[in-house]
Design a protein around this ligand. Sequence first.
Ligand code: CDP
Ligand code: MG
Length: 136
Amino acid sequence: MNNIEKTLSIIKPDAVERNLENEIKEMFKINGFNILKEKKVQIEKSEAEKFYKIHQTKPFYNDLCEYLSSGPIVAMVLEKENAILANRDLMGATNPGNAKEGTIRKKYGISIDKNSVHGSDSIENAKIEIDFFFKD
Ligand code: CDP
Ligand code: MG
């Protein structure tokens, strides 16, 4: 059965800073994702706080929002069969030290906070996150 989904991916500041944008996009393409939309932006800390609101009670929230707003990022809408789960699989575990071989975070992640990519975790959040960056 066909279940084409859209998900939001972000190439985070640590990866953009190391010029990994094209290599990471290539990994998406090789793995069958279409990049429908993309834009490179730097967001304000207040916007990062909104984006990561779901984590507002976590001890890492402030550092996370500082970090996401610390430099340019690339936001993308990815499309594929079961894109949300497929992207989570391709990203690998949040902590690159636990990420499997062949995943983006295993290959490029530096640490649990500088883990190179973000990906939506549910249909509902994918909609919210795509709108966050691409609502006109
Ligand atoms: O990004 P992912 O969905 O895999 O993980 P999350 O649990 O939703 O956490 C969001 C982001 O917060 C992670 O990608 C990390 O950048 C950061 N984080 C952190 O800095 N320290 C932690 N202990 C957990 C997450
Ligand atoms: Mg998450």
